[in-house]
Write a protein that binds this ligand. Structure first.
Ligand SMILES: [Mn+2]
Length: 326
């Protein structure tokens, strides 16, 4: 056994009842890593509850075991350990998480470099392309075989967090695990149709109005998009339907950083940053209390749109102009 997961495996071996959780606004890696780990523990005959504060997004409902995820914490249940995947900060587990009365160790398994190590046991691997890759590594060290259901979850984690194997985190290891998951029964065309080609028409209507908000800085290096609650209402769309829209800002030639400002509630915006690789947007997010990865990060800011936009764009421009060779 490698040292990396030794403590985690020890807790799993000696416990019976586990809660597995991931972050609010879950995306493919949050759901896929949550479910693959849950299924792995079930394979070891453990009593496991998979918990998310928010419902599983419609797009990821096809994932095996997604229908068993609970959105309410059973406060009176005793958990021998709580395992958290893909979550950089404890407050991203949602406000109900603190209600757990009786639990053993809090185990934090994540690949965000900005993870604040909130667990009693922390395994942080910023080189992993997805938390699903870390779950794969962990399962490989346990006496459990990866089933087709686990493989579909792990494949979807890796597919979504590597941007369909396009990002720099799409390492040979990521491709290797993906290949192994195909051998175990994950079907790439079926999964990509469900993840990328099952858009509700409202999502495209929302996209039309969001693209209309596109603005570029004078030097063309920062592109921003805005999603307001009013736009969501008019398109009859949910906030999840705006997930990924930030990538359109980055696709523009010459743009170094794409920014999307989404009104989370009146007076509060969720900011997403996407970098082309030369600007560390995790650092920009951290300035505003958020976090993430070098090329993909986010934060929440309270205030009005105009002020927030100015602050965020100027912080981004400062990074760009403070960085040589751009
Ligand atoms: Mn992730």
């Amino acid at each position: 056994m490698t040292q990396k997961y030794k403590q985690v495996i020890n807790e799993i071996r000696h416990g019976n009842s586990f809660l597995v959780a991931s972050h609010v606004n879950p995306e493919g890696d949050a759901v896929g890593s949550l479910l693959s780990l849950t299924l792995g523990l079930k394979g070891l005959q453990k009593d496991v509850t998979a918990y998310l504060y928010d419902p599983v997004p419609k797009t990821f409902k096809f994932l095996p075991f997604a229908d068993k995820v609970v959105n309410k914490i059973d406060e009176n249940k005793i958990y021998d350990a709580v395992l958290v995947v893909d979550c950089g900060q404890k407050d991203r587990l949602g406000e109900d998480f603190g209600k757990i009365k009786n639990r053993g160790k809090l185990i934090n398994i994540d690949h965000h470099a900005t993870n604040d190590r909130f667990g009693d046991i922390n395994v942080i691997d910023a080189d992993a392309c997805a938390s699903g890759e870390m779950v794969y590594d962990l399962l490989k060290e346990m006496p459990v075989s990866i089933t087709r259901d686990m493989a579909i979850n792990i494949y979807t984690s890796i597919l979504t967090d590597t941007g369909s194997f396009r990002y720099s985190c799409a390492t040979p290891k990521a491709f290797g695990i993906a290949g192994e998951m195909l051998k175990l029964g994950a079907n790439p065309w079926d999964i990509s149709q469900r993840v990328y080609e099952s858009n509700p028409v409202n999502k495209l209507k929302l996209l039309a109005s969001v693209l209309d908000t596109l603005e570029l800085t004078n030097d063309g290096k920062v592109a921003s998009l805005v999603v307001t609650l009013d736009m969501l209402n008019k398109a009859n769309a949910t906030k999840e339907e705006a997930d990924g829209f930030v990538n359109y800002a980055r696709t523009i030639e010459g743009v170094e950083v794409g920014v999307l400002l989404r009104e989370a509630k009146p007076g509060e915006y969720k900011i997403s940053f996407r970098s082309r690789g030369r600007i560390d947007v995790a650092e920009i997010s951290q300035e505003f209390g958020g976090g993430g990865h070098m090329n993909a990060a986010g934060c929440n800011i309270k205030g009005n749109l105009k002020d927030i936009k100015e602050k965020v764009i100027s912080a981004t421009e400062k990074r760009i102009h403070g960085t040589v060779s751009i």
